[in-house]
Design a protein around this ligand. Structure first.
Ligand code: NAD
Ligand code: TYD
Length: 352
């Protein structure tokens, strides 16, 4: 199918991945993008300053759970497509406060699905793209990769909420013939990443000479992908993916947490002019996350074979770019870590 020259709703566009997706769609010049975001602690309009005056871009503040409001948006804009990213996204927060995750990730997704279903009843060439995570597949042992046919086995409240929303999207496809695609992606990193997640938290703490909290023994493995490579995959799947299909997106880039933190320490020491090893001294092993998934790793060969996508950046290059971005955007980092936020987070959500 071809969806071009069209109006699309991007949800969660003020967040980390969403901001890169909005920018990517705007830069094509083919779309009118309406970015709907509630601006929770994770949403930040600074992430989109460079494109906010683009005539094809519009920001709308609102909650995906507010069904009447979402229906009114569909009426006003007659969207051709939805790229749905709005979510609560942090596993540690989901452990402390699962209800918020059920509300936004499950109820919010179904509210969007329902509004789209009603609005698109007699319309052709529409597409609902649900952006999901590899965490729905559960946890791997030392071997193997998640494929699109790996059975769902979510193990954290976050992944259970994302799995539930994936199921609802497919159920709408099966029951109502609703046009959808889903992608399940591995861990992202890059600019605009909120410093509660591993990589930006470590960058922030190294910069401020604070302890680097590594959960458990640091042996958990994640498969890291540069966020712009994810945004490029999303554009490709939105435009060229097949209806009703799922695509796994991953970095072919597995790292044990402790090895990653050591590498980041070394990159930052060299940029800060420190002697090698200075930042590694900040590493502090802390109590493990409850139910901590051991390993995630994605087999993205379907996306590669069918649509020709592959990651463009080597990890070290991507990490350097990321560190440089945080150095060049100190104000951004100061703003999002100022006030009570990190204190609140330390007290409520983390193992630190
Ligand atoms: P994020 O937490 O940085 O951003 C989420 C955005 O959603 C924020 O701008 C927030 O304000 C908005 N939002 C939250 N609740 C909302 C609501 N009720 N209504 C409207 N907007 C709301 O998240 P992210 O890391 O950018 O992740 C985006 C999506 O990608 C999520 O669906 C996540 O599950 C998925 N994903 C993330 C990763 C990752 O590594 N970060 C990997 C795979 C998939
Ligand atoms: P995170 O960035 O929270 O992503 P996810 O849990 O969705 O994979 O965490 C990545 C890995 O880093 C995960 O194994 C947990 C670990 N971690 C730490 O060791 N210390 C920390 O302070 C954080 C936030 C995460």
């Amino acid at each position: 199918m071809s969806i071009t020259d069209s109006k699309i709703l991007i949800t969660g566009g003020a967040g980390f991945i969403g901001s890169h997706v909005v920018r990517r769609f705007i830069k094509t010049g083919k779309y009118q993008v309406i970015n709907l975001d509630k601006l929770t602690y994770a949403g930040n309009l600074e992430n989109l300053r460079d494109i906010e005056k683009n005539p094809n871009y519009e920001f709308v503040k609102g909650d995906i759970c507010d069904f009447e409001f979402i229906k009114s948006l569909f009426k006003k804009y007659d969207f051709h497509g939805v790229v749905h990213l709005a979510a609560e996204s942090h596993v540690d927060r989901s452990i402390t406060n699962p209800m918020e995750f059920i509300q936004t990730n499950v109820v919010g997704t179904v509210s969007l699905l329902n509004a789209a279903k009603e609005a698109w009843q007699d319309k052709k060439n529409r597409r609902f793209y649900h952006v999901s995570t590899d965490e729905v597949y559960g946890s791997l042992g030392d071997d193997g990769l998640f494929t699109e046919t790996t059975p769902y086995d979510p193990k954290s409240p976050y992944s259970a909420s994302k799995a539930s929303s994936d199921h609802f999207v497919r159920a709408y496809g099966n029951t109502y013939g609703f046009p959808f695609v889903i992608s399940n992606c591995s861990n992202n990193y890059g600019p605009n990443h909120f410093p509660e997640k591993l990589i930006p938290l470590m960058i922030h703490n190294i910069k401020n000479r604070k302890p680097l909290p590594v959960y458990g023994k640091g042996e958990n493995v994640r498969d890291w992908l540069y966020v712009e490579d994810h945004a490029r995959a999303i554009e490709l799947i939105f435009e060229k993916g097949n209806d009703g299909e799922t695509y796994n997106i991953g970095g072919f880039n597995e790292w044990k947490n402790i090895d990653l933190v050591n590498l980041l320490c070394d990159i930052m020491d060299s940029k800060l002019g420190n002697a090698k090893g200075t930042s590694r001294e900040l590493i502090t092993y802390v109590k493990d996350r409850a139910g901590h998934d051991l390993r995630y790793a994605i087999d993205a060969s379907k996306l590669n074979k069918e649509l020709g996508w592959k990651p463009s950046l080597q990890f070290e290059e991507g990490l350097e770019k990321t560190v440089d971005w945080y150095f060049e955007n100190e104000q951004w980092l100061d703003d999002v870590t100022s006030g009570d936020y990190l204190k609140y987070y330390d007290e409520n959500y983390s193992n630190r």
